[in-house]
Design a protein around this ligand. Structure first.
Ligand code: F6P
Length: 556
């Protein structure tokens, strides 16, 4: 494909456009009767099983999607990413989050330099620091052990670590490692978030970790200043050195803020914010809570998927299969959304994290060469753990719009419960739903079945399920640190596959800038009005009226 060719102009894309019309005539009910097809649509790697037989696709569809991957130069693009080439061209940066979880002896070059020793230098520093804090050899200003950690950060400096923390919170081994310790996250600049986070915390026993790639993000910096004040007003300004550390790529600004550079943990501009959970962004707070060795297992799980993604043939490659079939659903079937449905409460923060990874990466309107896309890229991600979601939005998924679903199940529960007298364990009860929902979506329920059940005619339209609704089933052996790392990397790479096929830059995020600069104009106006009584000016009628009302009503 030449540089300026848009993927929708290629033969494989056009072929898939024609093919989808045929596929729309075939119901999943019919496709599911072909056992050979279903057998071919199951893959397993390192304990993880992906079943994509409930996609509205045949083996012929898969061949066509592999041809599309070829036309998009998917293999070459993956290789360029792993080779540290500057594939994020609008920011002139490599995309090397895979280096963050590479083994100590791996060699990954960026601008001719092996970056793995730098990665491990920071990991070793985190290991040493977290052990000192956890063992009580690093004490607070008043000589007390620092048992509580507040991690301040937003977006990629928050969502990934929160997801992993939430997933580990009930994991038996991790529980043992976290005994007597507390980790919380302060993200929103909303003073309510501050109040909720510091309620019950004692500055004497609290360590604050300021996490910001740029160290300029307005919300994070204001929250950091607020907690610096909270510490120094309680313990004196000299206490900041013992109670505040930082994670950033901008060590100059860290020092300017007043944090000792020795207490700063670096990462690099080749790590995108939303891909930074395996850097000090996630590794530091998680190691403080669970110990470095737990976090190391998480990194190993992610690394295992990195190797698989890099080297497995596309026919067996879990992130590639997920990515290609998502393209099939979005760009050919025209389904713009995707539901992420983990049947594990421990994964309750997975969908919010993937929302950023996916939507900030692929929510783009132009190709990587700057050409306006003649099709819509990206998808709308949302989700809730099962079975909670079933009692919320599943009605729409079953009888309203078609939303492709990712069902994520776990074989062994982190916290198994078996009540005497119950037919199945609580986990079996949960998993019964995990297994039933994909079939309910795929097969539906026809009027004839309802008539056989003596349903009255007036209710038949209401009780009919059209079916033919696609889903993936992803089955994990358990939910320990290693598996959590695997799950993260599968989704990160799936998003990259989609971006590579659509031909967009999945690694920049210019779309978040406009709102930030308009907020800065409003901020200036608010301070000029409050401090000097200046009237609101320079905004449209609507904003002027709202701002004036806000200023008047909040004046006293
Ligand atoms: O506003 C979006 C964003 O730039 C994200 O991409 C990033 O994860 C987040 O803000 C936080 O940025 P930083 O880590 O630089 O504070």
């Amino acid at each position: 494909m030449s540089k300026s060719t848009i993927i929708c102009d290629t033969e494989p894309w056009k072929d898939l456009k024609a093919h989808v019309e045929d596929m729309k005539k075939t119901h999943l009910r019919e496709l599911m009767t072909d056992t050979e097809r279903c057998k071919s649509m199951m893959v397993e790697f390192d304990g993880i099983m992906l079943d994509y037989s409930r996609q509205c696709a045949t083996l012929d569809t898969m061949d066509k999607l592999f041809k599309l991957a070829e036309a998009a130069c998917l293999k070459q693009k993956i290789t360029r990413m792993f080779n540290g080439e500057r594939i994020n061209i609008t920011e002139n940066r490599p995309v090397l989050h895979i280096a963050l979880r590479a083994s100590r002896d791996a060699v990954i070059h960026c601008d001719g330099k092996n970056v793995v020793p730098d990665v491990w230098q920071v990991l070793d520093k985190i290991r040493e620091f977290s052990e000192r804090v956890r063992s009580g050899s690093w004490l607070g200003a008043t000589g007390k052990a620092l048992t509580d950690v507040v991690s301040i950060g937003i977006g990629g400096s928050f969502l990934g670590p929160l997801f992993v923390h939430t997933a580990l919170q009930t994991e038996p081994e991790a529980i043992g490692c976290a005994r007597g310790r507390q980790l919380c996250f302060l993200a929103n600049v909303d003073p309510i978030d501050i109040a909720r986070n510091i309620a019950g915390l004692n500055p004497e026993t609290t360590l604050v970790v300021v996490v910001s790639k740029t160290f300029t993000t307005a919300e994070t910096m204001l929250n950091a200043r607020t907690l610096r004040e909270w510490i120094s007003s309680a313990l004196g300004p000299q206490a900041v050195a013992k109670h505040m550390v930082a994670v950033s790529t901008n060590l100059t600004l860290v020092e300017k803020f007043g944090i000792d550079p020795n207490n700063a943990f670096a990462f690099w501009d080749w790590v995108g914010g939303r891909y930074s959970v395996c850097s000090a962004v996630g590794v530091l707070p998680l190691s403080l809570q669970y110990g470095f060795s737990t976090v190391e297992k998480f990194l190993k799980g992610a690394s295992s998927i990195d190797q698989h993604f890099y080297s497995a043939p596309f026919e067996e490659n879990i992130p590639v299969l997920l990515g290609l079939l998502s393209i099939w659903n979005v760009s050919f079937h025209g389904h713009p959304a995707r539901a992420i449905l983990p049947y594990s409460q421990a994964l309750e923060k997975f969908a919010p994290h993937i929302q950023q990874v996916s939507m900030e990466s692929n929510g783009k309107g132009v190709s990587i060469d700057g050409v306006v896309l003649p099709f819509e890229a990206g998808e709308i991600d949302f989700g809730e753990p099962g079975t909670n979601g079933q009692h919320s939005f599943y009605q729409l998924i079953h009888q309203g719009r078609v939303i492709p679903c990712d069902f994520i199940g776990v074989v062994k529960s982190q916290q198994p419960v078996y009540l005497k007298g119950e037919v199945v364990s609580n986990h079996d009860e949960l998993m019964s739903n995990f297994f039933a929902q994909p079939d309910a979506l795929a097969y539906g329920k026809m009027p004839e079945q309802l008539r056989n059940e003596n349903v009255t005619e007036n209710l038949i339209p209401h009780k009919t399920f059209s079916g033919n609704r696609p889903s993936f089933s992803l089955l994990l052996p358990s939910l320990n640190a290693y598996n959590i790392g695997q799950l993260l990397a599968i989704y990160e790479h799936r998003v990259a596959v989609q971006g590579f096929i659509w031909g967009i830059n999945s690694f920049d995020q210019w779309g978040v800038e406009l709102g930030k600069s308009l907020a800065s104009q409003v901020r200036k106006q608010l301070s000029a009005s409050r401090e000097k009584g200046e009237p609101v000016k320079g905004f449209n009628f609507s904003t002027t009226t709202l701002l004036t009302k806000y200023l008047e009503a909040s004046a006293d």
